[in-house]
Design a protein around this ligand. Structure first.
Ligand SMILES: Cc1cc2nc3c(=O)[nH]c(=O)nc-3n(C[C@H](O)[C@H](O)[C@H](O)COP(=O)(O)OP(=O)(O)OC[C@H]3O[C@@H](n4cnc5c(N)ncnc54)[C@H](O)[C@@H]3O)c2cc1C
Length: 337
């Protein structure tokens, strides 16, 4: 096994979504990776493989990188596991990154798994938080990831092999633009012979259009839960959002009840919010929901049960009937048509 002290720098795999744009999740990861690189005094390096990869460099440069390593070639137009694994493994072997982060997407998860195997290192998938700690060793990365159907969050470390590798769930971190001076750019020569491949990728994946939510950018989020008791009551959240310039989201229960579309779910399998204010109405505070709201600056929770778990994470706890309080808020904020 190679000496782990030889490994340095924080790498991020920049996925090019459907070969047209930098994946948002990669930009979110860059912002967190910048913090980590600063904490350990090492470089943040973005890795890009694409057809005409140069066109993506200006976007990546806006997110705090010290260096971009890229490969640009016709064969990289479509993501191919064998090609990408081989080329990136060569880079890891040459430069020895200490940390390597990937978007938790189809391509990111598949690629990270193959690379982790090739490097004989560990991989932590679907990570929801990252921090550095000296508790288990020098500047070790601690990754929080859900386990047991999301009922617990576990902390995982990779103490004795490198790189420390994670895939990170979309929406976990907030992307922040930051332009560093003198970003170093390195083009690496493409040297893979695709003639031996058994599978050729002929086109980009065909995806169903899914509505997207703007919850992660919203300053004021109004979250509704099963405790609102009916679709008619839940619909009143949209009125409150209209009067207060807020955004409606909620738990999984209103989706199951048919009150709310799926893309507005907040939590482990939905969006993470970073609002200034989160108002929660009739929500119990299951861990799967709570992990999506704790980055909000202020949480106000309304629940009729004084022992509801949501009160453990709320800054302001209102014990009462959410529907009655919702009516009062509407009376207060209603703007005459
Ligand atoms: C693998 C997995 C992933 C999941 N992912 C997510 C996820 O991403 N996001 C998510 O939200 N959930 C997720 N869930 C579901 C999660 O476990 C909970 O079931 C869900 O969050 C509960 O929603 P709720 O709080 O609206 O409903 P409930 O748990 O039924 O809570 C309703 C609350 O309303 C209160 N209440 C009732 N009437 C009133 C009233 N009139 N006024 C005030 N309060 C009232 C009750 O006291 C109760 O606390 C996931 C579950 C699994 C297994």
């Amino acid at each position: 096994m190679s000496d782990i002290t030889e490994y340095k720098d924080v790498w991020v795999f920049i996925e090019i979504k459907d070969h047209v744009e930098v994946h948002e999740c990669a930009l979110e990861i860059l912002s967190k990776a910048r913090e980590i690189a600063d904490q350990i005094g090492q470089k943040l390096i973005a890795i890009v493989l694409a057809l005409d990869a140069e066109q993506y460099l200006p976007t990546i440069e806006d997110y705090g990188v010290d260096k971009i390593i890229y490969l640009s070639h016709n064969d990289l137009k479509h993501y191919h596991e064998r090609v990408f694994t081989s080329l990136i493994y060569n880079l890891i072997d040459k430069y020895k990154p200490s940390i390597f982060l990937f978007p938790s997407t189809e391509a990111g998860n598949a690629l990270a798994a193959r690379l982790a195997y090739r490097c004989r290192t560990g991989l932590i998938s679907d990570v929801l938080n990252l921090e550095l700690s000296d508790d288990y060793g020098n500047n070790l990365l601690i990754s929080d990831k859900p386990a047991y159907l999301g009922n617990v969050l576990v902390k995982i470390i990779c103490p004795s092999t490198r790189p420390q590798m994670c895939t990170i769930t979309m929406g976990t971190f907030q992307k922040k633009k930051l332009k560093k001076k003198d970003v170093e750019i390195e083009e690496v020569e493409y040297n893979y012979d695709i003639n031996g491949l058994k599978i050729k990728i002929l086109g980009a994946p065909i995806r169903k259009d899914k509505p997207s939510s703007t919850l992660s950018d919203a300053k004021f989020v109004i979250g509704g839960g099963h405790g609102l008791n009916s679709k008619a009551n839940f619909d009143k959240l949209y009125d409150l959002a209209k009067y207060t310039n807020g955004q409606v989201g909620g738990t999984r229960r209103p989706i199951m009840n048919g009150w709310m579309p799926e893309h507005l779910q907040i939590g482990i399998s939905g969006e993470t919010i970073f609002s200034d204010l989160y108002l929660s109405l009739g929500i119990s505070g299951a861990i799967q929901h709570v992990v999506g709201i704790t980055d909000s600056k202020t949480i106000v929770a309304i629940n009729k049960d004084p022992n509801a778990p949501i009160f453990k994470v709320a800054d302001y706890c209102i014990i009462g009937d959410a529907n009655e309080i919702l009516e009062e808020l509407l009376d207060h904020y209603r703007v005459p048509e």
